[in-house]
Ligand binder design. Sequence first.
Ligand SMILES: C[S@@+](CC[C@H](N)C(=O)[O-])C[C@H]1O[C@@H](n2cnc3c(N)ncnc32)[C@H](O)[C@@H]1O
Length: 270
Amino acid sequence: MQTLKLKKSEFDFLKEYIYNNIGISLSEQKIYLVQGRLSKRLKELGLSSFEEYCKLLSDDIKRSELSYLASLISTNVTSFFREESQWRFLEKNIETIGLNKRLRIWSAASSTGEEPYSINMFLHEHITDIVNWDVKILATDISTKVLKIAQAGEYKTKAYEMLSKRYQIKYFTKAGLDTFAIKPFIKKDIKFRLFNLVTGDYKVFGGKKFDIIFCRNVMIYFDKKTQNELVAKFYNLLNMGGYLFIGSSEALTDIKQGFKLVSGSIYKKV
Ligand SMILES: C[S@@+](CC[C@H](N)C(=O)[O-])C[C@H]1O[C@@H](n2cnc3c(N)ncnc32)[C@H](O)[C@@H]1O
């Protein structure tokens, strides 16, 4: 496939647009990455130049192209039970989280769904009387493409085989030749929604608060200012004593605000 040429002025436009609308800050060196990744999208749209694509974005009042753009610029890489040490921390502490058998959890960049499903499988494994608990998990992402996959809850054999036999049998059923589906009792507690962490309207949460927020492996793409603003919003959205889980390659250095680091990449609202 022939790659279309991205001019410096067009890259500058896209860089600013991506920063303002997705929060991802691209360095000047990323011009070839952007050119390569977006060329395919331009072809799909029947466009013959980046100039036309920039115009499409300028006219896109409803921001319907944003979801594709985000998928192409950031990575959707995820897996079941990613960041192993965090699950061990949860094992030790889960009984102390959630008042009166009520748990509210937000997977804030849920990608294709492995993270929220891992959360609910974990709760079913580690809370003996889970059926008596009131659990709600909100899973959001900027990309409609990954949300569709997450909602379907069907995964390739390769991903399924990463899990122990116990989990495979208890939480999955065979769906197709090479796919396994999450069982309905795990799906039912999870709501998938489109939400942009950077430009989203946080009023949609009303006064609702969470016991745990997972925001893993997305803040790494944001600059300090955006990270700062986001962490402040997470702080307000957590119950006192609630936890913020971030990716192990991310850190809240200088931006801890009211959070206390309690374990590698786990922060507690104190
Ligand atoms: C690398 S995945 C992380 C998935 C999962 N949290 C994990 O750690 O395995 C990053 C996700 O962040 C999403 N994302 C990027 N920018 C976003 C934004 N501004 N608002 C919400 N989600 C965003 C991407 O669409 C992608 O699915």
